[in-house]
Design a protein around this ligand. Structure first.
Ligand code: KIV
Length: 285
């Protein structure tokens, strides 16, 4: 669509998809709303309310029943990233780089990120890790790849961390986590996810860094919040402490499926309104 040059910036934003600089500019202003989505139908719904949609590698656990995100492949991320792009028009879509596709070198990270941007059409990628990933983030950012960083609990490192544990509960552990957040933001990340870290530490990092922090199990002081959609909808069998369930889709689906099963068995479904009658022959003119 051609946008008239004299249109004010707010009107222009209403016509185009949000981009990484729009999210970056929200530091310290109105909170950024972000949720995960892995497919077109939910992306269409989220798009009406979210500034950013994350195609998280949590899809491995949520959609495929894996125990961790470690086995998730790049092809899985690209397939679902493309679906989310087709379902949305407004939100910035951020796609996770999965474990093993970006850590070897900055060149490997660029090749992977370029494939994700080209094949999905998304606006940014997310990768996990603090100081160790700073050089890679700088390399990507300088080459036109918007990067959302992710520090604190980094689920791709679950095998090294020894489980999905909140980080920084002891103030003695704060310094390296704060240093991670500073390193990735100074390297050029346009935003940083803070996952499962002690609340005062998340608030302190939010004050310290120049880009928006997006909290998940972090702090209301963060510049935005993200949750896994199926967790907040009450569809996941188990949810961490930091999830608020806004509805109970699991029990609602179970009730609906039980009604369907009963109606199929008793031949009450399909009803007359769900079947096709034979067309009446047209009267000769
Ligand atoms: O994969 C994911 O869903 C994530 C969020 C938990 C931030 O990285």
């Amino acid at each position: 669509m051609l946008i008239p040059a004299n249109q004010n910036p707010r009107e222009q934003l209403a016509h185009r998809r949000l981009a990484a600089p729009d999210i970056r500019a929200r530091k310290g202003t109105t909170p950024i709303v972000m949720l995960t989505s892995y497919h077109a139908h939910t992306a269409r719904i989220l798009d009406q309310h979210c500034d950013a949609i994350l195609v998280g590698d949590s899809l491995g656990m949520v959609m495929h029943g894996l125990e961790t995100t470690v086995p998730v492949t790049l092809d899985m991320m690209i397939l679902q990233g493309h679906a989310v792009m087709r379902g949305s028009k407004h939100a910035l879509v951020v796609v996770d780089l999965p474990f093993g596709t970006y850590e070897v070198s900055k060149e490997q990270a660029f090749t992977t990120a370029a494939r994700v941007l080209k094949e999905t059409g998304c606006g940014a990628v997310k990768l996990e890790g603090g100081q160790r990933m700073a050089e890679t983030i700088r390399f990507l950012a300088e080459r036109g790849v918007p990067v959302m960083a992710h520090v604190g609990l980094t689920p791709q490192s679950v095998n090294a961390l020894g489980g999905f544990r909140a980080q920084g509960r002891d103030p003695a552990d704060w310094a390296p986590i704060a240093a991670d957040a500073r390193a990735v933001t100074e390297a050029g990340a346009f935003a940083v996810v803070l996952e499962a870290i002690a609340e005062p530490l998340a608030a302190q990092i939010t004050r310290e860094v120049a880009v928006p922090t997006i909290g998940i199990g972090a702090s209301p002081a963060c510049d935005g919040q993200v949750l896994v959609l199926e967790d907040m909808l009450g569809l996941s069998p188990w949810t961490p402490k930091f999830v608020k369930r806004y509805t109970s889709l699991g029990p609602a689906i179970a009730t609906a499926v039980a009604s369907y099963a009963a109606e199929v068995k008793s031949r009450r479904f399909p009803g007359p309104e769900h079947v096709y009658a034979v067309r009446k022959p047209e009267a000769p003119s």
